[in-house]
Design a protein around this ligand. Structure first.
Ligand SMILES: C[C@H](Nc1nc(-c2c[nH]c3ncc(Cl)cc23)ncc1F)C(=O)NCC(F)(F)F
Length: 304
């Protein structure tokens, strides 16, 4: 029974930089360097910011979800790190802080990658990424997980031929015998990736993940453009309105079958696929297991 490779000792975890801020936590680039000679591996460490008891509980659930996932197109769990932290070392609380250790993907998130590499990413490559996200999401659904925050900012790039789904901070497990999940908090992730039923009734399901996948397809074929982002396009459609009513106006225009426009240069077959993910009724949306082969066909037929 050798040492537990999923247990990282705080004293060997060398902070390098902040990679980004998540829903309640931040993710840092660290080197796990037990030999102290900088030969250790780079890892991504997620720490909770202001950790309330509820956030800690949600974080523990996020960790247990990620620990249970093993797939080529899902960011890999590496382990956990318990830190005593100097601030509470002496404190009688003695409560240990828990940190999530994940693999580090040096090419960063898909949204930025698309912006930076627009010139050398052809449609075949975009459809490869789309297919991989589909396969990863089909696997997630097979484990009865709902991601709830599928967006290009939450997909990581391993290399130019491989992407992985990340950020399980909002993921939920479908209770046995239930096909959807109702959340209490309206959710803080941008509403422009949300299905209508999520906007109106906080209902999330594999079908609402498919809606978000359609928006990821849109992001792929706009190469992560800021000026034509889902947020910008929907705000253009909604017109000037004060913040609290945006959700209402967004739902209203989705009800009237208004959708994101076809990205410039996007093959019509891809736009048709995007639109099928945006069927108002969840039951009319394709499933990830049927989307993947459809994307393969498009990949083989599109030359560019
Ligand atoms: C809050 C964190 N944000 C960021 N992370 C990284 C990153 C690069 N390389 C990485 N390798 C492993 C991880 Cl977990 C993150 C990164 N880059 C920019 C970010 F803004 C995050 O988790 N984002 C969700 C997802 F990981 F899916 F992109």
């Amino acid at each position: 029974m050798g040492p537990d490779p999923t247990l990282f000792e705080e004293r060997h975890l060398k902070y390098i930089s902040v990679l980004g801020k998540g829903n309640f936590g931040s993710v840092e680039l660290c080197r796990y360097d037990p030999l102290g000679d900088s030969t250790g591996e780079l890892v991504a460490v997620k720490r909770l910011q202001h950790s309330s008891a509820e956030h800690q509980h949600d974080f523990e659930k996020e960790i247990s979800i990620l620990r249970s996932l093993h797939h080529d197109f899902v960011v890999a769990y590496r382990g956990v790190c318990y830190s005593q932290g100097e601030e509470d070392a002496g404190a009688s609380s003695g409560q240990r802080r828990l940190h999530l250790v994940m693999e580090y993907l040096p090419s960063g998130c898909l949204r930025n990658y698309l912006q930076k590499n627009k010139e050398r990413l052809d449609h075949k490559k975009l459809l490869l990424y789309a297919w991989q996200v589909c396969k990863g999401m089909d696997y997630l659904g097979s484990q009865r997980y709902i991601h709830r925050d599928l967006a290009a900012r939450n997909i990581l790039v391993e290399n130019e031929n491989r992407v992985k789904i990340g950020d399980f901070g909002l993921a939920k497990i479908l209770p046995q015998g239930k096909e959807y999940y109702v959340v209490q908090e309206p959710g803080q992730s941008p509403i422009f990736w949300y299905a209508p039923e999520s906007l109106s009734d906080c209902i999330f399901s594999p079908e609402s993940d498919v809606w978000s996948f359609g928006v990821v397809l849109y992001e792929l074929f706009t190469y992560g453009s800021r000026s034509h982002s889902p947020t910008e396009e929907f705000l253009r459609l909604i017109g000037p309105s004060n913040p609290p009513l945006v959700v209402y106006h967004l739902f209203k225009l989705l009800k009237k079958n208004k959708r994101l426009p076809m990205p410039a240069g996007c093959p019509i077959e891809v736009f048709v696929l995007m639109q099928s993910c945006w069927s108002f009724l969840p039951c009319q949306r394709p499933r990830f297991c049927t989307l993947a082969p459809q994307i393969e066909v498009l990949r083989d037929s599109c030359c560019k």
